[in-house]
Write a new protein. Structure first.
Length: 634
């Protein structure tokens, strides 16, 4: 037994004996003290033994006094009550409570509870430095901060900062938009008003010599629009804005602390977390063999991470990039060493190789994330984009059907709606093929699920990493057009919703489904660039310039999530819509795809483009691309 536990037991034994004697003295006094003489000695020993035994049996000595909490207090009340009841029962059997006042037990209960509880909480207060008479000495001056949001996170932060002299911050005030909170306090820190009163609150604190040097957002559920407004306000006040992590994101261990982190781009674009049916997601994956194509890409890698947490029977990762495959393999083996993992360098366009992989591994669930997705790159490599996005999808889909995969989930894009570029048109044609294949499956067979969403924040080739590089180089930041807007979503949220959509599609009786993720409100790219400059602590237009370069080949000013003929219907899961598919008869579509494949294989780009436009009638190349073709002499 540890020395600390032995000391705690000795402390409680002394306290129990003292509380029993003190209770007798308070009840009987000096005049009637002689009435207790017959049971004084054995009663003291018996009560002490009962108390220590009950406390030990209820595991009170496993807790640390420095972290004494209300939960410990409840346990202490239970232990003291049980000790008094057991002792009273034993005294009844020993001497029938002769000369033992009945009120003695109640007095003893109160004394024991106070004498056992007070040292524990005083010790914690001394350790935390929260006693009013304790003087803080030494250490660096604390940074005054103003907390936005008067909830559990704020209370946790204030309590955490009170512990010890080495904490970095001190909360001088809070603001909260709930009018009922104004005038109240949290652990002595006043709530001075709502967020729209921040400028006047900061001026007031400045007059009192407590101007905050940082604003800290404590609500982890704050929407992106709210964060953007706060960032603008903080910028006008000249005070940096930061935020706290989610309480559920803490590491394990009693020494964990709330660590302030800077506002990130994800915070500016984020929305409230949708409620997900994780049981349905687990039921879809658990015990099944899962194959992921493009497993080293942004979406594919996050799919592997999240799917691995649902205990699949095995994971088969197919990826063309050796380095990307090595990276995700190393990560998974470190995180899930017991997970059966197969890594395969493979090209989804290689029909024989894909067929062989399916024949050997027999996956029950397939996520097809392999694609050429960078718009200008696809415009410059038309044949490669069509071969990968259309015929790579075709080879995977036909292998699913041939080898009996239960579900195939194709990752699509908002650029497939009324496409103005090869990437979007090729993904629309891939959607069409999966829908036609699903429609042809009248009974049994594979369910084909398409999930369509917009830009993934921070993914390879996306605008955020580009802006970050340009910022690091001192600018300028290049934006193609002042009115350009895009939908954005974090990769984690996108993949969570992909899995949720897959679970929804697998549970339906339909053989084909097109799910569209709710991307929220579109974001102006120039606004995103401006906010990133501000997050870096710089002034847009002065420290870092924003330069407009003009639309690139294949780009359009805004993206759409639904075609006009697709009726969008809400699903039982918030954040996911169901679009009505647009069907083409499978055999006719296959006949039309044959000359397209031949044109791409023979590198006949003009012919391939003409055939793509016939197969995707809504495909209209942007004027920029037509100029691009003319410059190439096409």
């Amino acid at each position: 037994m540890k020395a600390s536990r032995i000391l705690a037991m000795m402390h409680d034994a002394i306290i129990a004996a003292a509380s029993f004697l003190l209770a007798i003295w308070l009840r009987l006094g000096e005049e009637q003290w002689h009435l207790a003489q017959p049971y004084l000695i054995y009663g003291t020993w018996l009560f002490t033994l009962v108390c220590v035994s009950v406390c030990a049996s209820m595991r009170l000595y496993r807790g640390l006094w420095r972290y004494a909490s209300m939960q410990d207090m409840v346990a202490l009340v239970k232990a003291v009550t049980l000790s008094i009841l057991i002792f009273a029962l034993l005294m009844f059997f020993i001497n029938h409570l002769k000369n033992v006042p009945r009120s003695l037990f109640f007095i003893n209960w109160m004394l024991l509870l106070v004498l056992l509880g007070a040292p524990r909480f005083i010790y914690r207060a001394l350790h935390d430095g929260t006693l009013p008479w304790r003087v803080q000495t030494g250490g660096a001056p604390k940074i005054p901060v103003l907390l936005i949001g008067a909830g559990d996170h704020a209370e946790q932060f204030i309590r955490d900062m009170e512990r010890g002299r080495h904490s970095l911050f001190i909360a001088v005030a809070l603001v909260d938009d709930d009018p009922r909170q104004k005038g109240r306090t949290i652990r002595g820190v006043p709530i001075l008003g709502a967020t729209d009163a921040l400028p006047s609150i900061v001026r007031r604190l400045e007059r009192e010599g407590e101007r905050p040097q940082k604003l800290i957002l404590t609500d982890d559920r704050a929407a992106g629009e709210t964060v953007r407004e706060l960032l603008e306000m903080a910028d006008r006040l000249g005070i940096p804005l930061a935020r706290l992590p989610s309480l559920s994101a803490f590491k394990s261990g009693v020494s964990d602390r709330l660590e302030v982190r800077p506002i990130a781009v994800e915070d500016l674009l984020g929305r409230s977390q949708n409620v997900l049916d994780r049981d349905a997601m687990r039921a879809l994956v658990e015990g099944r063999t899962v194959l992921i194509t493009g497993a080293g890409g942004t979406i594919g890698a996050e799919l592997t991470r999240q799917i691995a947490c649902f205990n699949p029977a095995g994971l088969i990762l197919v990826e063309l990039s050796e380095f990307n495959l090595y990276q995700i393999e190393r990560e998974l083996k470190a995180a899930r060493p017991d997970l059966p993992l197969t890594v395969i360098i493979g090209d989804v366009r290689d029909l024989r190789h894909i067929d062989g992989i399916f024949r050997v591994h027999k996956p029950a669930l397939v996520f097809h994330a392999a694609a050429i997705k960078h718009v200008p790159m696809a415009e410059a490599n038309v044949e490669e984009a069509i071969l990968t996005n259309v015929f790579g999808t075709k080879s995977v889909a036909e292998a699913c059907r041939k080898h009996g995969a239960g579900v195939m989930v194709m990752i699509s894009t908002d650029k497939a709606v009324n496409p103005t570029n090869v990437m979007g048109a090729s993904k629309r044609l891939a959607e069409n093929f999966c829908q036609a294949l699903g429609e042809a499956e009248h009974t049994g067979g594979t369910k084909f699920i398409t999930v369509r969403f917009g830009n993934v924040l921070g993914s390879t080739g996306s605008v955020v990493p580009l802006f970050s590089e340009q910022l690091a180089a001192g600018g300028p930041i290049t934006v193609t057009h002042p009115e350009m807007t895009r939908y954005f979503m974090t990769v984690r949220e996108a993949v969570e919703l992909v899995l949720q959509a897959a679970a929804l599609g697998a549970a339906t009786g339909r053989k084909e489904c097109v799910f569209v993720l709710d991307m929220g409100r579109p974001v102006k790219i120039v606004d995103l660039a401006t906010q990133m400059i501000k997050l870096a602590g710089l002034t847009p237009g002065e420290d870092i310039k924003i330069v407009f370069t003009g639309l690139r080949p294949g780009e359009k000013l805004y993206e759409e999530l639904f075609h006009f003929s697709e009726n969008a219907a809400k699903t039982e899961c918030e954040g996911i819509f169901l679009a009505s598919p647009r069907f083409t008869e499978l055999s006719a579509l296959k006949r039309l795809l044959e000359p397209l494949f031949a044109a791409c294989s023979e590198r006949k780009m003009p012919e391939a483009l003409e055939m793509l436009k016939k197969l995707v009638p809504e495909f209209e190349h942007s004027p920029q691309y037509l100029h691009y073709l003319k410059a190439l002499g096409q």
